[in-house]
Design a protein around this ligand. Structure first.
Ligand code: CU
Length: 157
């Protein structure tokens, strides 16, 4: 019976760990969406609002629809809109951070298929808190039409 008891204790320990994790910094993801693509288009952006109760950072993203997923920021550089990959997108405690056209976004590159209006795109977002503890949040982003409001300047293909 010894092994059964150990198993029961392990289950209890796992349950309390899970409860502790849920009680700590759970990042809220609001209104995730992805801009739809046209045939032949190999990249697009995902947008959402992130909010964390404690200081944390978005450190990675992944999706089955894209072979390469990066966190990007867009900004004006010498009169041109440029996109740069960022290693960490800081989420200060309690402050909503917008990922939106023309600013931060999750870049989906090397798309495996076109993304049509109304499709659902799974996104895995990995956050890291100040202690270095990682948390992955899965969201389903809805695809909105290419011309969804707030479009950044069109990039030449
Ligand atoms: Cu980008």
């Amino acid at each position: 019976m010894q092994s059964l008891r150990i198993a029961a204790i392990a289950v209890l320990a796992a349950a309390s760990l899970a409860a502790a994790a849920a009680a700590s910094a759970q990042v809220t993801v609001t209104d995730p969406w992805v801009r739809g693509t046209v045939t032949g288009q190999k990249a697009t952006g995902a947008f959402m609002q992130l909010k964390s109760p404690a200081d944390t950072a978005l450190v990675a993203a992944a999706s089955p629809v894209a072979k390469i997923v990066e966190v990007h920021e867009m900004k004006m550089e010498g009169g041109m809109m440029k996109m740069n990959a960022v290693d960490r997108l800081a989420l200060p405690a309690g402050k909503a951070v917008d990922l939106k056209p023309g600013g931060y976004h999750v870049m989906l590159m090397d798309l495996v298929k076109p993304l049509k209006d109304g499709d659902t795109v799974p996104l895995q977002l990995t956050f890291e808190d100040k202690a270095g503890k990682k948390q992955t949040v899965e969201v389903k982003a809805v695809v909105r039409p290419l011309a969804a409001s707030g479009s950044p300047p069109a990039t030449k293909q």
